[in-house]
Each structure stands twice: as structure tokens, then as C-alpha cells.
Design a protein around this ligand. Structure first.
Ligand code: F6P
Length: 322
């Protein structure tokens, strides 16, 4: 027998497009005869029972909004066996027999644990970082990169006017995808990502000096958060090249804003698939994108996969940003 009542929550860092995913889950679930329960503030809401019953209009006018209308949290209590048990008890007392969890890999570990406690869960990759091992795309990535690109375009105006170097930190602690793609899109002279070790002299200074010889007078260096230290980098660049340098950390601005078309569409497709899975009685799954198609994996299998940065894109960046 398929699932009759499902809950939906967002967990971990918010990402633009989460609302489109919530909307898809609510609409697909309700229109196929399910009860859909909204859970506030991630797993904390499941522990405390901070939930409400959704109807078709509960998710009106949210598809274009950034953030998450269900609020989000990282829940230390849910990281304990007692917390997982409490959340599972809440689900049983409310008659919830399946949960859609929208978040990153920490949220998926929670979904695995809750499934283990008897409540089937389906994870949707929602994080700006694009750092989910099993999926080539995560909800929020496109919006965040477009925001970062707009910001760096603005920095370029002032760097160009002053013949300066602008060293910009974008988000991504363990994953350099935002830095790599934004770096390509803004024509950065160097892109530093956590997956590729770098040598300041060879990978930044020499590249700047080479392009300077060909007439270039202003420079953009994009640095992933996982590398960090942009103030010090800017100082060293200035010392070694004599080019006046400034550092900017873009920070949380990248997490906000209206989701792009891509994020809205992918979130809608993924949310729809999550409901199909729970309806078919399947739990412990993660919805993902593979070669542009929506697929799903076992959560444990998904968590064991390894994410790598695109070597091809990285090499292209090196060859054309000169
Ligand atoms: O995972 C998304 C992300 O924005 C990362 O890029 C960043 O390292 C982290 O979240 C920041 O988390 P917080 O909002 O807790 O500061």
C-alpha cells in the first residue's frame, strides 16, 4: 500500500528554489490524494511537532521567492539517537508515513537515520554549493552563481577604472563549483578551488604578469571559501606584482534572491519525483540529476559516492582566461 500522509521540511543552509520544491511536493501530493504536512525549521520541527496541514493554496505565490517559507535549521538534537527517536515518534503520532527532506548531505544523513527509525524518507538536493556527491546539480546552484556573477561584474567596473586586482571569495567550503563556473563566466585570471592544490607564484602571480605583458591592466581572481584568506592573498598579490589589490567576500548574499528559471524547473521536477517515490512506498532514496535526467539512488549508496570537480572545465578556464 502506498503512503497516504507525507511531510515536507527544509534543512541546513537555505537555497533559492527550495520554495519551488516545497510547492511541487505539496501540489503533487495533494492532487494525488495525500495529506501533506509542512514542517517548520527542519528536523527541529519534527522533534517539537511544529507542523501544519497544507492545502493547495498554502504554497501559492512562493515559486519566485528566495529562502524557504518552511524556515530551516541545523538540528544538533536530531544528530543524537534520542532526537531521531523523538522525530519518528512525532511522525507516528501525527500519522505521517513519509518525509521529503530538502537539504544537503547532512540533511540526507538525517533522512537515512529517520528511515532507519521506521519513517521512509526521500531527500532532495537543495544547496547552493552543488556539493552533493550523487547529483550533478543541486537546487540553488544556478541562482547563487548568477548572483555571484552579477556582483563580480560590478567589482570589475571599479577594478577596471583603477587598474586594480579584485580578489573575490565566493561560497563553497569543500566544493569549488561556484568558484569555477563563476570564474569562467567573469573571465577571472585565476580561479582557486579546494579540490586543486595551488601555488601562488605559478598559478596567480605568473598568470597575472603574463597577461600584463599583453596589455591587461585589471584582474579578477576568484577564490572559493574553502581556500579563504582573501585579505592576505590580495596583500601578497600587491606586494609581488605592484598592482593595487582589493579583497571582497561575497558571503550570504549568494544564498538569497529570486530563483532562476533553471532552479524553479529542477526543483519542480525533483519535488514531483519525491512524491512519486513515497507514493510507491519507497523510502531511503535521494532524488538526483544524472546527464540532465532526474534519477534516484539509495541514500546510503548516494552518501558513499565521490564528488569531483570538472577537470575539463578547469582546463578550459586555464587556457582561455589569459
Ligand atoms: O552549504 C551552503 C553554504 O552557504 C556554504 O557555501 C557555506 O560554507 C555555508 O553554507 C555557510 O553556512 P552558514 O549559513 O551557517 O554560515
Amino acid at each position: 500500500m502506498g503512503t497516504k500522509s507525507i511531510a515536507v521540511l527544509t534543512s541546513g543552509g537555505d537555497a533559492p528554489g527550495m520554495n519551488a520544491a516545497i510547492r511541487a511536493v505539496a501540489r503533487a501530493g495533494i492532487s494525488s490524494g495525500m495529506r501533506v504536512i509542512g514542517v517548520r525549521r527542519g528536523y527541529n520541527g519534527l522533534i517539537s511537532g511544529d507542523v501544519f496541514e497544507m492545502n493547495l493554496r498554502s504554497v501559492s505565490d512562493i515559486i519566485h521567492r528566495g529562502g524557504t517559507t518552511l524556515f530551516t535549521a541545523r538540528s544538533p538534537e536530531f544528530n543524537t539517537p534520542a532526537g531521531v527517536q523523538k522525530a519518528a515518534d512525532t511522525c507516528r503520532s501525527l500519522g505521517i508515513d513519509g518525509v521529503v527532506v530538502i537539504g544537503g548531505d547532512g540533511s540526507f544523513r538525517g533522512a537515512r537515520d529517520l528511515t532507519g527509525a521506521g519513517i521512509p524518507c526521500v531527500g532532495l538536493p537543495g544547496t547552493i554549493d552543488n556539493d552533493i556527491q550523487c547529483s550533478e546539480y543541486t537546487i540553488g546552484f544556478d541562482t547563487a552563481m548568477n548572483t555571484a556573477m552579477d556582483m563580480v561584474d560590478k567589482l570589475r567596473d571599479t577594478a577596471q577604472s583603477h587598474d586594480r586586482c579584485s580578489v573575490v571569495e565566493v561560497m563553497g567550503r569543500r566544493c569549488g563549483d561556484i568558484a569555477l563556473q563563476t570564474g569562467i563566466a567573469v573571465g577571472a585570471t585565476a580561479i582557486l578551488v579546494p579540490e586543486v592544490p595551488f601555488d601562488l607564484e605559478k598559478d596567480v602571480i605568473k598568470r597575472m604578469q603574463f597577461t600584463q605583458l599583453t596589455g591587461k591592466k585589471h584582474f579578477i581572481i576568484v577564490v572559493a571559501e574553502g581556500i579563504g584568506g582573501v585579505d592576505d592573498l590580495a596583500r601578497q598579490i600587491q606586494e609581488k606584482t605592484g598592482i593595487e589589490s582589493r579583497a571582497t567576500v561575497l558571503g550570504h548574499v549568494q544564498r538569497g534572491g529570486s530563483p532562476t528559471l533553471r532552479d524553479r524547473v529542477v526543483a519542480s521536477e525533483m519535488g514531483f519525483r519525491a512524491v512519486e517515490l513515497l507514493q510507491a512506498g519507497e523510502g531511503n532514496r535521494v532524488v538526483a540529476m544524472k546527464e540532465g535526467r532526474i534519477v534516484d539512488y539509495d541514500i546510503t549508496e548516494a552518501l558513499n559516492m565521490k564528488k569531483t570537480i570538472s577537470k575539463k572545465l578547469y582546463d578550459i578556464a586555464l587556457k582561455i582566461s589569459i
